[in-house]
Each structure stands twice: as structure tokens, then as C-alpha cells.
Design a binder for this molecule. Structure first.
Ligand SMILES: [Mn+2]
Length: 321
């Protein structure tokens, strides 16, 4: 299993690690992140994390710390309020595609495999604000152009139902699968973000099963929340059983990609918080192993809610965290 988390989480509780007046660079954050027990990979945002240090400096620091890069995540800010791949202004749209291609090249340079695209601003807030079919086609075309330009690199689409827009253009798993199918390139997949799925009232394990069935499962962003917002709480803290079910399906479909904790520790020590997320994931994985995949499969086949409830309560005392 390979694990990473949000680099920006390590800006939190500054006083625990950094000196008071220290100006914090990307390399400083990576160094703090590397102190997390069990962490194997670093995921960087582009262009955000390449402002204080160059690609070569980051590469050297990673070598020194013996940490690998899993991939790059796009962060569109500034000129993209009206949309990224669907922006009416051709220059802005071209710039969004150009930045995405740059991110993939940086990912390649750093030895990463996957570039994750979250289109924060491609969506709408009002009726009659967007030509839906035009926007859909613009997104398909942009993703196809990007994927075809880098056939050996993974491009993963991370959907979110809303925030910051009232409606995202590609808002759920079904739409994401339709989008990926229309793009029609083998190197395009889907990143499942647990909170985003909860916000859409999707059952996370169902999304794993369908994305895996279509062979498009490319990334996990794990966290937890109370459904309405992208709360970014610790793994299993609210939806423990849905997290267990999610991990069961990840095992069933032999998911071996990155397990990235997209959490937002603010009042917690981010090192302790991430260490706990890794421990929780491993503990839940262990429960599934100890129970046995066949036994769980049998339980599912029974379709007996009372038996499921008994199973869930029976495993709680065996949790080792
Ligand atoms: Mn995410």
C-alpha cells in the first residue's frame, strides 16, 4: 500500500515544527511531511508548490529524504473564476490546457505516474448561465487533447458535486464515467474523493465497484465528513462502516494505486493526524483480512441487513489502532 497526504496540511500548527519567523518553502513542508510514520509518497500541486522552489531543488530534496513522488494535482486559481476547460475566453481556456500539460511534464520529470485534474470552476450557478452541451464538448475535447499528448502518463479526473460552483459540470461518478468514455483514451481514469461522494449522497463503495468495472479506477482521496461540506476529517471518524466497505471493495478489485488522505487538519498536529489516518486504513484492511474476503462475500450474498448489523458490531472490539 502506498500513502500520501495534502502537503498544505503541514502549514498547520506551525509552532510545533518551524521557527517563529521562518518563511516556509515547499521543501520545508516536504521535510515535515516526511516525518509521518508510514508515508511513502509526496503529491504536489501545480503550479502552487513550484513557486518557492524549482523542480530540480524539489527533486534533490526528495532524493535526500528517500521519498517518491506519486503525482501532481492541478490547482487553477486567479484567472479561472469563470471556468477552466469551459471558459468562454479562448485565451484563458488555452492557458488552462497549457498549465495542465506543464503539470504532466513536471510529474514526468519528478518520476510520478498520475496527474489529477479537479476543475473547480467548470460549472454554473444560475439557470440560463451555461450552454451545457457546448461546455460538455469543450471538456471532452480538452481532456482528449491532453491525454493524447502524453499517452504514457495517467490523467485522473476528480469529480466534486459543488463548491465553489453551485453545480459542477461533471458532478458524480456516472457523469465522470460518461465523460471518460467520450474522451476515449486508455490513460484517463477517475479519482474518488470520499467527501465529494458523500456530498453527492453516493455510497463510496458503490463508486469503487463501478469505476473498477469500467477499469477507470486511478486514485483515492480519503477523508470523512458530515455530507454537506468538503469537511476533510480523519478517515473513518464519521462513516466508519462505509469506510470499511470502501476498503473491502478496493481489495476485491485489487486496487494498488495511491491512498491519499485529502484531510484538512487545522487544530490537530498534521503529523499525528496523517500517522493516524495511515494506521486506521491499515487496521481496517487488517480486519478484512482477518475476517476473510470469502466470508464477507458470503455475507453480501445473503442480503440480510440484520446479519450485516451483527457483523459490523462484532468487528469493533477487534480493531487494532
Ligand atoms: Mn480531493
Amino acid at each position: 500500500m502506498i500513502f500520501s497526504t495534502r502537503l498544505n496540511s503541514f502549514k498547520t500548527k506551525k509552532e510545533l515544527y518551524f521557527s517563529v519567523d521562518q518563511e516556509i518553502t515547499t521543501i520545508d513542508l516536504i521535510k515535515r511531511m516526511a516525518t509521518v510514520e508510514g508515508l511513502t509518497h509526496v503529491e504536489l500541486n501545480y503550479p502552487e508548490h513550484f513557486k518557492t522552489n524549482s523542480v530540480d531543488e524539489i527533486k534533490a530534496a526528495l532524493d535526500e529524504l528517500h521519498v517518491e513522488v506519486s503525482g501532481i494535482a492541478l490547482r487553477f486559481s486567479g484567472i479561472y473564476d469563470d471556468g477552466e476547460f469551459t471558459n468562454l475566453n479562448e485565451n484563458v481556456r488555452d492557458q488552462a490546457i497549457k498549465i495542465t500539460k506543464e503539470a504532466i511534464e513536471v510529474c514526468q520529470d519528478l518520476g510520478g505516474t498520475t496527474t489529477t485534474i479537479w476543475l473547480a470552476n467548470d460549472g454554473f450557478d444560475y439557470s440560463f448561465q451555461l450552454d451545457y452541451e457546448q461546455a460538455w464538448i469543450q471538456t471532452v475535447d480538452a481532456l482528449r487533447d491532453i491525454a493524447k499528448s502524453y499517452p504514457t502518463m495517467n490523467i485522473s479526473f476528480e469529480y466534486k458535486p459543488y463548491q465553489p460552483r453551485a453545480f459542477s459540470l461533471v458532478a458524480d461518478l456516472g457523469l465522470s464515467l460518461l465523460m471518460v468514455e467520450e474522451v476515449g483514451q486508455p490513460n484517463v481514469g477517475i479519482t474518488l474523493d470520499f467527501c465529494h461522494m458523500l456530498m453527492k449522497k453516493e455510497n463510496p463503495a458503490y463508486a469503487v465497484a463501478l469505476a473498477a468495472r469500467k477499469n477507470r479506477l486511478m486514485g483515492f482521496h480519503l477523508n470523512d465528513g458530515y455530507k454537506d461540506n468538503d469537511d476533510g476529517l480523519m478517515l473513518g471518524s464519521v462513516h466508519l462502516m462505509q469506510t470499511l466497505e470502501f476498503i473491502y471493495y478496493a481489495k476485491k478489485y485489487s486496487y494498488e494505486g495511491l491512498i491519499y488522505f485529502d484531510t484538512f487538519p487545522i487544530r490537530e498536529d498534521p503529523v499525528a493526524e496523517c500517522t493516524q489516518n495511515i494506521k486506521t486504513y491499515k487496521a481496517l484492511d487488517q480486519i478484512i483480512m482477518d475476517t476473510g474476503m470469502e466470508k464477507i462475500e458470503q455475507l453480501i450474498k445473503e442480503r440480510n441487513a440484520v446479519r450485516v448489523q451483527q457483523f459490523m458490531l462484532s468487528i469493533l472490539p477487534t480493531l487494532q489502532v
